[in-house]
Design a protein around this ligand. Sequence first.
Ligand code: FCB
Length: 441
Amino acid sequence: MPQATYHFPRGFLWGTATAAHQVEGNNTNNQWWQWEQTGHTNGTSGLAADWWGGRWREDFDRAAETDQNAHRLSVEWSRIQPTPDTWDEDALERYRLMLRGLRERGMTAMVTLHHFTDPLWLFEMNGWEREEVVGLFEKFVRKTVEALKEYCTLWCTINEPNVYTLSGYVMGDFPTKQRGMNLGMQVMANMLRGHAAAYRAIHQIQPEARVGYALHYRPMVAKHPRFPLDALMRKLRYDGLNMAFPSGIGTGVMKTPVGNFQVPEARGTQDYLGLNYYSVDTVSFHLGKPRELFTSSGYPEDADTSEQRFIANIPAGLFDTLKWAVRTYPDLPILITENGVNDSSDDLRRRYLAQHIHQVWRAVNFNWPVKGYFHWTLVDNFEWERGWTQRFGLWGLEVETQKRIKRPSVDLYAEICKENGLSSEMVQKYCPEVFARLFPV
Ligand code: FCB
């Protein structure tokens, strides 16, 4: 049996990613809380993982004790600016405490400034649909970065602007007051403007900052590649989901399925690219889905899928994602800002983790500038419209008792982080079923 270790470069960041609303609990002043109370989600976030009540301490301990050297978290705008005219200094102080907590544990902090939630006051005025949001977001970013700059130099302005707009304005799964593709793209353009304003503001406040955003990138294949309509739909969906925001950042012109938006100030506003990768979609033409531009997406019948077939384990898609990134933006540092799988039994997660990290290793061996990997996520959390039905944590969570339950993947990930690499012994121990694929003779 071959014995080997796939090593990573020194200084590689290994961590997990979280988002404020999903872990903090009692986050009552944003549009998601309201959406949950009106029956749009599978359960309500409630106490979540109770980080606002202080349980971030024990969870950071878990992360540090299992050799993670970084953590990506987000701050909640509605806590920091509960009304348009007030700042909550106590909330900022709590975030300072959390970031200091990471530093004390020897972990690098990455802070996301917008992860799906908006203050209710902003939502009520139709938030990102209006261009005024750009100045409002910049004001919030300035205040927050000023307060937290002592503890963080790695900033993510906006998480998954493509998912925020499409899940809301097209699919209707995320809270919005109105819907429609045109409106959705208008929202995305404003997010791009907001990102650009935040990028400049952060650099003004902290010249050494590294600023980017997190793109949800999904490779796609046509269901029947020889059927022209499937191929066309794949392209339409691919461009609509993946390409709009990056095209805006690359050129200053955001290209969307409903036309181009000129945002010249966005050009070049990234110091790294954050990539959230979960799976590859198989796309086909579907007459019954006008709202989704007559496209439908799924996974191959025989795919290695997670509970509810939510994610298919297709590790090569992560390599393709990284390849797309280095070809699009040569030399730009890349961070994998999210990657993970919903798996309450932790059968799939172990091989998903090993197989995806193996693909990252392949990429770093081409000297592609991948600088870190943040697994989604540390402890089970509130998964948006899917609520508590999906368990993405390395640790499980019993919501009522707040008890954490260690899953076997914890130990696998700890060994990877400690070794700064993936070894044949680890694969043999945690997911022997993929040994021959990862360590071929
Ligand atoms: C991503 C989100 C993150 C989490 C994972 C599973 O799209 O950024 O908050 O819900 O999916």
